[in-house]
Design a binder for this molecule. Structure first.
Ligand code: SF4
Length: 251
């Protein structure tokens, strides 16, 4: 995947491996924050799943984040997020089913002993959640805010957090990419809707993925490894350009 935000050139994003089959490239204009932005998007020409197209959505999240940071900087604000600050990585992180699968596949492809270490961290988090009585509530969408706060106060680091930095930074989910704050970093240690200033983005790639998988809905990141065999809309395959068009309409 590559992105290019130059004004005269389209933003180029790609998903798919030419060694796995033919790719198809097309142009599309998206209106972001009232501005028409041209894109050149490359996806598998043949059947593709949402998981196959995730690099496009990672690129869109990154682009929207960059644009939001530029706007904030121009108006005198400063982004508080930086490497080594992992306070937000103790929150309940929602991911779409396809993103959960992608994380499961990422872990399955890790060499040993790293894979075993990461799996052990997932097991430890799930054990702590069970002990605190929160594990069953993770699939209950009734009181998300209460669940989110109860989860946060347990102080459980994401299994991918190492030395307070994301160890899977290039592959992190869209919701992690879209969480950018200008409020003081200290506020993230006790987040509330009134103390956290989130940067507004020009679109919502993470929500577009969730909408496309509405039958399953969201999953907490910490359950990703338990969803590996789950069948559903994320496993649905359409020709890449058709599936991409459907997903982009949800932005
Ligand atoms: S995936 Fe990375 S950025 Fe997201 S919560 Fe985990 S450590 Fe933090």
């Amino acid at each position: 995947m590559a992105s290019d935000a130059a004004r005269s050139e389209p933003v180029r994003l790609s998903a798919g491996d030419p060694a796995q089959g033919a790719l198809s490239t097309g142009r599309v204009t998206l209106v972001l924050g009232g501005e028409a932005v041209d894109f050149e998007l490359t996806v598998p020409a043949g059947p593709a799943s949402i998981e196959d197209l995730l690099p496009i959505f990672h690129g869109l999240s990154d682009l929207m984040g960059d644009r939001a940071i530029a706007r904030a900087t121009a108006s005198g604000e400063t982004l508080s997020c930086k490497a080594g600050c992992g306070a937000c990585c103790r929150q309940l992180v929602p991911v779409s089913a396809s993103e959960a699968l992608a994380l499961a596949h990422l872990v399955a492809a890790m060499p040993q002993p790293r894979q075993a270490q990461v799996r052990a961290r997932f097991d430890a988090v799930l054990g702590a959640l069970a002990e605190a009585g929160l594990l069953d509530r993770l699939s209950d969408e009734g009181d998300l805010r209460g669940l989110g706060m109860d989860y946060f106060w347990l102080g459980l680091a994401c299994p991918f957090l190492e030395d307070e930095s994301c160890s899977i930074h290039p592959d992190r989910p869209t919701s992690c990419r879209e969480y950018l704050v200008t409020s003081p970093a200290a506020a993230c240690a006790a987040p509330t809707p009134t103390t956290i200033d989130l940067l507004p983005l020009d679109g919502d790639p993470s929500r577009a993925l969730l909408k496309a998988e509405a039958v399953i809905g969201w999953s907490p990141l910490v359950l990703a490894l338990t969803l590996e065999d789950r069948a559903g809309p994320s496993a649905r395959e359409l020709p890449g350009p058709e599936l991409l068009g459907e997903l982009l309409r949800g932005l």
